[in-house]
Ligand binder design. Structure first.
Ligand code: ZN
Length: 403
């Protein structure tokens, strides 16, 4: 493609010339059924080949733990001060959903394109890949990176491995833009989401001899009640009006235990989560729960009778994204998105993991979160156009001469 000068903002009205390219790429991305449970080598191969042909240095980062890969692509020279466009390539399953269109084949009407992942979040990746035509034409004054991760939907495992890679190789980007669907709003805050499983092992006995057993279900129910009390206490702190539920929250979402009515339950487990607004709240809630468990265990030990086993394991850990004053990533994203302010969302993203690792991070991407994970998932063509406008302003910024 021949070099074209950067386009000024006022020239962006009307049809975005990169749109057809982006939709072609999106059609290809959607055609890979890259559900989180499956290996993702084929879709990474496609992205890798495309970005290599576009002039990027591409590294495929194979996971040591599973048949999955991250991808790290760099336009321009150097490893410092770059801007990262980051997105996950895994999608949620379509099983059990009532699709009226083929989920893994892009279909289009005048205003929307349909297919699994169009909103969450292959639409953003397609725009970033289409924009690669803009990143190679002139000498970039700072690098642009495209990061593609695996398994965001099942615990952000790829993002954690990407952080390991960045730290191991001492790559220090200036800003990471996570393109999760925000309708192109600039999001500088979201809650975290940390999942746990607590397992209780008691002692079984016939229900006519309850004094010989120790019910794991009874202990679990006491612990679940304690979590409810901790959750109620959280509402005594100051409300954060940025969130529709303005406090950190605790939810016990599933419980499994016992066998039959007439046996004292030998085991019980429950799955629960904390959604903190700030990292400290997560630590405080976990400490309150652990203290309660420790006191309970001490009472059993002091009584000299049966002592149950109570263990709590972390299932996944997505930290909150915390709003930082004067964040470089946020002001850059506001510039590129042509927005005057930033906002908060209630869903989690990989951004909290990058921020926790010390990277300046913001969330801004095309599509409405209402369509994410839904049957007949779609993205508005207008959202893709807005995202491409964002990419153009970004490309203009990185190719401007230094002042
Ligand atoms: Zn997503």
């Amino acid at each position: 493609m021949s070099a074209t000068p950067p386009i000024r903002n006022h020239e962006l009205h009307g049809k975005e010339p990169l749109l057809d390219v982006a939709i072609d790429i999106l059609a290809k991305l959607v055609s890979f059924p890259s559900v989180s449970s499956e290996p993702n080598g084929e879709v990474i191969e496609f992205i890798s080949a495309f970005l290599s042909e576009s002039g990027a240095r591409v590294e495929r980062l194979r996971s040591p733990h599973q048949p999955k890969e991250n991808l790290w692509a760099t336009f321009g020279d150097g490893d410092s001060d770059g801007l990262v466009l980051s997105g996950h390539v895994d999608v949620v399953p379509v099983t059990g959903q009532n699709w009226t269109r083929p989920p893994f084949s892009l279909t289009r009407d005048t205003k929307r394109v349909y297919g699994r992942g169009t909103t969450d979040m292959k639409g953003f990746l397609a725009c970033a890949m289409a924009a690669s035509a803009l990143f190679q034409q002139e000498k970039l004054r700072r690098p642009v990176h495209i990061a593609v991760t695996f398994d965001e939907e099942v615990g952000c495992h790829g993002a954690r491995e990407l952080v390991d890679f960045l730290q191991r190789t001492n790559i220090r980007p200036a800003a990471i833009i996570v393109g999760e669907p925000t309708s192109m709003a600039v999001v500088d805050r979201h809650k975290g989401s940390v999942g746990f499983t607590t397992e209780i092992l008691g002692t079984p006995a016939h229900s006519s001899q309850v004094h010989l057993g120790q019910s794991a279900i009874k202990i679990a129910s006491e612990l679940v009640s304690e979590l409810a009390l901790i959750g109620e206490r959280l509402t005594q702190d100051a409300a954060d009006a940025a969130f529709s539920y303005p406090y950190p929250s605790i939810n016990v979402g599933a419980i499994r235990g016992g066998q039959v009515r007439n046996i004292v339950a030998a085991s019980c487990a429950f799955d629960w989560e904390i959604r903190p607004i700030l990292p400290q709240q997560l630590a405080d809630i976990r400490r309150a729960f652990d203290r309660h468990v420790a006191e309970k265990m001490k009472r059993y030990a002091d009584a000299g009778g049966l002592v149950p086993s109570i263990t709590t394991n972390v299932a996944y850990d997505t930290p909150p994204l915390v709003g930082l004053p004067a964040s470089n990533a946020v002001s850059l994203a506001m510039n590129f998105a042509d927005r005057n302010g930033s906002s908060a969302v209630s869903y989690g993203t990989e951004a909290g993991i990058y921020q926790e690792a010390g990277f300046n991070t913001v969330v801004c991407g095309p599509g409405d979160i209402q369509q994410a994970h839904a049957a007949d998932e779609w993205i508005a063509v207008d959202q893709l156009e807005q995202c491409l406008s964002f990419m153009r302003r970004l490309a203009q910024y990185v190719t401007e001469p230094s002042q």
